[in-house]
Design a protein around this ligand. Structure first.
Ligand SMILES: Cc1cc2nc3c(=O)[nH]c(=O)nc-3n(C[C@H](O)[C@H](O)[C@H](O)COP(=O)(O)OP(=O)(O)OC[C@H]3O[C@@H](n4cnc5c(N)ncnc54)[C@H](O)[C@@H]3O)c2cc1C
Length: 290
């Protein structure tokens, strides 16, 4: 039988985590379907559950001096409703397109990150936003850059005695903006075939001062497009940006060849989505994410 723990404090949760093997649960929208799938394959034993949702202080989005802090219980719906700068437009677009409204009401951004699925829609956005993951454990708290947090296929560096308590997203200039494009077999309630997320920062002359582009669902872990990012630096933020995309920019991706799409299709889609993403960033993505 599976034991179910629902502690009222983080200290209590950490003590449970340190004492026994438990599976953390936030919204449960990944945990429960995975259990059902495993049971269908004959794996009937499950780890005990540690539900975080009764712990005060793990929710909420806060603006701090140099970063935004998103608590680990913040749901996609809460993200969507929050007043956030255009930098978060990509993350908000992802929030609107994840599952259906019921999933958005229960599922959390941190749960999406901790599942570490190659198709997790939040992950490329968090990479583009240069998020840091705040982890609590027996020795105290540590911060891990999101690119180091996922260290393999569906695997993270969060240890069995630790809990992710929040994400920290560095503040940028008022005009800096993000965008997100997702390709699935249909518009909603669909797993991504390819995703592209990006954040663009402009300098005083209106040219690109910094840019981070990230492709998801085309490798075990979401990948930045470093050569393309470098080529975009210093360019004016206009519709011609999309012309700078080259097929070679996607050479480091290693997409799956499966029933959803062939590897060749995924590579072609990554290129097309990146062009669309740059066009969105140049046009200003505010209308879709408002
Ligand atoms: C019908 C349906 C449609 C979906 N559509 C999409 C989609 O379009 N795009 C997409 O990306 N995903 C989709 N999902 C997957 C899922 O809804 C999301 O990944 C969601 O964000 C997971 O959040 P959660 O709070 O429910 O996570 P949970 O299921 O509670 O947890 C997920 C994982 O994270 C771990 N975890 C959770 N919180 C913490 C923490 N604080 N510290 C450490 N570990 C933690 C858990 O142990 C578990 O391994 C869908 C799921 C369903 C059932």
């Amino acid at each position: 039988m599976t034991a179910y723990f629902c502690p009222a404090t983080l200290d209590e949760a950490l003590a449970i985590r340190a004492a026994r093997e438990v599976e953390i649960i936030a919204g449960g929208t990944d945990v429960y379907p995975n259990r059902t799938t495993r049971a269908a394959w004959g794996q009937m034993t499950c780890r005990d559950l540690l539900d975080l949702t009764a712990i005060p202080g793990l929710g909420g989005i806060e603006e701090r001096d140099d970063h935004w802090r998103i608590g680990c219980l913040v749901t996609w719906t809460e993200l969507l409703k929050a007043r956030l700068p255009p930098l978060f437009n990509g993350l908000k677009t992802a929030a609107r397109e994840i599952g259906g409204v019921q999933i958005q009401n229960r599922g959390t951004l941190v749960g999406n990150l901790c599942t570490a699925s190659p198709a997790g829609d939040g992950i490329p956005n968090l990479v583009a936003l240069q998020a840091a993951v705040e982890i609590a454990g027996p020795p105290g708290r540590r911060l891990v850059p999101v690119e180091a947090f996922i260290d393999g296929y569906r695997h993270t560096v969060c240890r069995p005695d630790e809990i992710v308590v929040a994400l920290r997203l560095p503040k940028r200039g008022a005009l800096d903006r993000g965008a997100f494009r997702k390709l699935g077999a249909r518009r909603y309630l669909v797993i991504s075939i390819v995703m592209a997320a990006g954040v663009i920062e402009t300098d005083a002359t209106g040219r690109i001062g910094d840019v981070r582009l990230c492709i998801g669902a085309c490798s075990a872990v979401a990948q930045r497009l470093a050569p393309l990012e470098e080529r975009l630096l210093g360019k004016p933020l206009d519709a011609s940006l999309a012309d700078l995309v080259q097929p070679g920019d996607f050479a480091t991706l290693a997409p799956l060849d499966d029933m959803r799409a062939s590897a060749a299709y995924r590579l072609a889609a990554a290129e097309a989505l990146t062009r669309d993403l740059l066009a969105d960033l140049a046009a200003g993505e505010r209308r879709r994410a408002a």
